[in-house]
Design a protein around this ligand. Structure first.
Ligand code: ZN
Length: 177
């Protein structure tokens, strides 16, 4: 189902508040906001790559755009949304919007902006048992170490402590294309 106006309004607020979304506004990317509702009890409302998710962002294909659909579709788990605090809702919506990466100066055959899905900075796939079995030789442990060493201030501020200026410089710039 389509999301109520409060979601659309919060999204507009986010798009204007954070500079990284400027290309999305400049290219006039249109976004449809949908709520997903689980059809069975205990079944996740949204699955992404085989895993349950609270939200997802999808680029609408040219054919559907030609039929009048918007450029991007953001789907949110309605049950989660209704139980979440506003700041949590805002963070999730900002995450989904951050997936939208406008290919500057390029348009599709409908004259709509070309968009790519921005990938996550961190994508984790770990087995607890493999970390236990192989310790420091496992990718699980090695990745966990780099995550703390390189980006600990972002993801584990309670462990790593306050922001270090030199670490900020090591953070890659937001992709443009
Ligand atoms: Zn994501």
């Amino acid at each position: 189902m389509l999301c109520p106006d409060e979601v659309r309004e919060l999204a507009s607020e986010i798009l204007c508040e954070f500079k990284s979304h400027k290309p999305v506004l400049d290219a006039k990317v249109t976004v449809e906001y949908l709520f997903a509702i689980a059809t069975e009890e205990d079944a996740p409302a949204i699955m992404v790559g085989g895993y349950p998710a609270l939200g997802m962002c999808r680029i609408v294909g040219e054919k559907d755009r030609a039929k009048g659909c918007k450029d991007v579709e953001i789907t949110i788990d309605r049950e989660w949304w209704n139980g979440a605090e506003r700041e949590e809702q805002k963070a999730l919506l900002d995450h989904e919007l951050h997936h939208i990466s406008v290919v500057e100066g390029k348009r599709d055959s409908n004259g709509r902006p070309k968009i790519r899905l921005r990938k996550h900075d961190v994508q984790i796939g770990w087995f607890r048992e493999i970390a236990a079995r192989h310790g420091q030789h496992s990718q699980e442990r090695q990745q966990a170490k780099s995550l703390i060493d390189d980006w600990g201030q972002y993801f584990f501020p309670e462990i790593v402590g306050p922001q270090q200026p030199d670490r900020v410089l090591a953070f890659p710039a937001v992709a443009k294309g």
